[in-house]
Design a binder for this molecule. Structure first.
Ligand code: MSP
Length: 497
């Protein structure tokens, strides 16, 4: 059995999840479900990044004196939001867990034993929002361009990681493994950073009180990024369940946002090299999206709550829309009006109506039963699979919608209501073809719109269809002659205004 270990970034809990956070998590969920269907041993990790100054500041701002209580409350909120969005994570990690802390200890010691940690003084600028050191050239008008706030001046005794001594090895790895950093534009960006700008990095904080104490030096805490990246190891048993760790590591895919690609493709692989561990196979960076053309921000009041949105349109419609509308890897724009448009055009009309039309005809002409099996094929499987293997979600959706649109067209050109009077044999074959194609489309939709695919199967009279082995399901002829169809409610009912 092939294993597939994939991760999302772990999220800061200084606020509730917004649609941008839900995006990466939903993409990961689609892939997790797809690989499970194929029979792979999937491990899907997500969780919360809790040892950040942003979180402790948010706790104080919200009137919490007990930071731990704030973190507990917020972490539950994130986990429950992901559950509400139908995210099938296998583990939800928190960086305040003991298991994670001992993994960080083990990792730090390995890097230290390798001679890669030294003591020094850091003096410079630091942006709390990014949890990152800044140089004057990073700033716009004295502010961090992302957070629009001035960085703080910091001077403290820190431990440093010899990142720069991994420059050559990193470059060689990036060049030899084109799929390590995707999409390609990001690879070039990281390569040039590693080549020209990458310096040693401070990996401890003397002034911060919240965090994982540096092993052997309890006066300092581990820099939050050094700590957070290790979640990808502790999440699968590093330092606690070595058997599990050996089975699942290295990760097959880290899904991250484009703003954190350098941490994942420079610092992280160098840390792993230092600790003597294999590198993840692939890091894929997704773009950022705006809302109706604006950056999402509290002050603009345009922050979109994914759970509320799913409550209105349904999880499946939201998942479909994010995959359909935002070019993966690129930046995109989110608009609720576009979501409503896609809901009625692509989902209600092209998909829901097709099912309804086909089942109504089967009811009318064949007593609600699957007619005589007919020859056919679904050539779209190849493009669908290629799309999901390469994270080209648009390609996968195009393959499915080609089946649906072509089926709709076929009804219009073949005119079953005319055939009903002239050639019932041909009519039976046509209906079988349409029904069987819907079954295939249902399979392709299972990872993307799981609830709708299940409803589709129920209406085709095969409610347990998703239990069938994937390879068998892909073959033509899954629907059996005489099977009893169960026409039901529309898959995508009209939206309330
Ligand atoms: N805690 C770090 C990640 C540590 S991973 C070892 C972090 N957290 S975050 O909560 O700020 O962001 C998590 C992810 O959400 C990032 O990948 C980020 O790119 C993504 N997004 C945040 N806002 C976004 C949009 N507006 N649009 C798309 N993705 C966005 O960074």
């Amino acid at each position: 059995m092939k294993k597939f270990y994939l991760t999302t970034p772990i999220y800061y809990v200084n606020d509730a999840p917004h649609i941008g956070h839900a995006y990466a998590t939903i993409l990961a969920d689609v892939l997790a479900r797809y690989h499970r269907l194929k029979g792979d041993e999937v491990f899907f990790l997500t969780g919360t990044d809790e040892n950040s100054q942003k979180n402790t500041e948010a706790a104080e701002k919200n009137g919490y004196t007990d930071i731990r209580a704030y973190l507990d409350m917020m972490s539950v909120k994130w986990r429950e939001s992901f559950r509400a969005l139908d995210i099938t994570f296998d583990r939800f990690i928190r960086t305040t867990e003991d298991e994670h802390k001992s993994a960080v200890n083990k990792f730090w010691s390995a890097v230290e034993a390798n001679g890669d940690i030294y003591e020094g003084v850091y003096e410079g600028l630091y942006c709390n929002g990014c949890e990152m050191f800044k140089t004057e050239t990073d700033l716009v008008g004295g502010n961090c361009p992302l957070h629009k706030t001035p960085p703080k001046h910091l001077k403290e005794k820190n431990y440093f990681f010899k990142l720069s001594s991994y420059r050559e090895k990193l470059l060689a790895h990036i060049d030899a493994n084109p799929e390590f950093i995707m999409p390609e534009g990001r690879r070039n960006e990281v390569r040039s950073y590693v080549d020209k700008f990458m310096e040693d990095v401070s990996i401890s904080r003397e002034t911060m009180k919240w965090g994982i104490p540096v092993p052997g030096h309890p006066g300092s805490v581990v820099y939050v990024w050094f700590d957070a990246l290790i979640n990808y190891l502790s999440g699968v048993g590093y330092g606690s369940d070595e058997k599990k760790f050996a089975r699942l590591w290295p990760a097959d895919l880290h899904l991250v946002g484009k703003d954190i690609i350098k941490f994942h493709c420079a610092l992280w692989p160098a840390m792993l090299m230092s600790a003597g561990l294999p590198l993840p196979t692939r890091v894929f960076a997704t773009g950022f999206f705006t809302v109706n053309g604006d950056k999402m921000s509290k002050s603009l009041g345009n922050v979109i709550d994914p759970v509320k949105l799913a409550g209105r349109f349904g999880n499946d419609a939201l998942r479909f829309f994010l995959l359909r509308e935002i070019p993966v890897g690129g930046d995109g724009d989110f608009s609720t009006t576009r979501l409503a448009e896609r809901y009625s055009s692509d989902l209600a009309n092209e998909f829901g109506n097709l099912l309804h039309r086909v089942l109504s005809m089967a009811e009318k002409y064949f007593d609600g039963k699957v007619p005589l099996a007919a020859e056919g094929s679904v050539p779209q499987w190849a493009a669908y699979e290629k799309g999901l293997e390469t994270l080209d979600f648009a390609m996968a959706l195009d393959a499915i919608w080609e089946i649906l649109r072509d089926s709709n067209k076929m009804i219009d050109t073949e005119k079953p209501w005319v055939l009903a009077k002239s050639d019932t044999d041909k009519l039976g074959k046509l209906l079988y073809l349409l029904l069987e194609r819907l079954r295939h489309a249902g399979w392709m939709l299972l990872p993307i719109m799981p609830a709708s695919a299940k409803k589709l199967f129920a209406q085709l009279g095969i409610p347990d269809e998703d239990r069938r082995p994937y390879e068998e399901a892909k073959a033509w002829g899954g629907l059996i002659e005489g099977g009893i169809l169960q026409k039901g409610e529309p898959l995508f009912p009209r939206l309330n205004p």
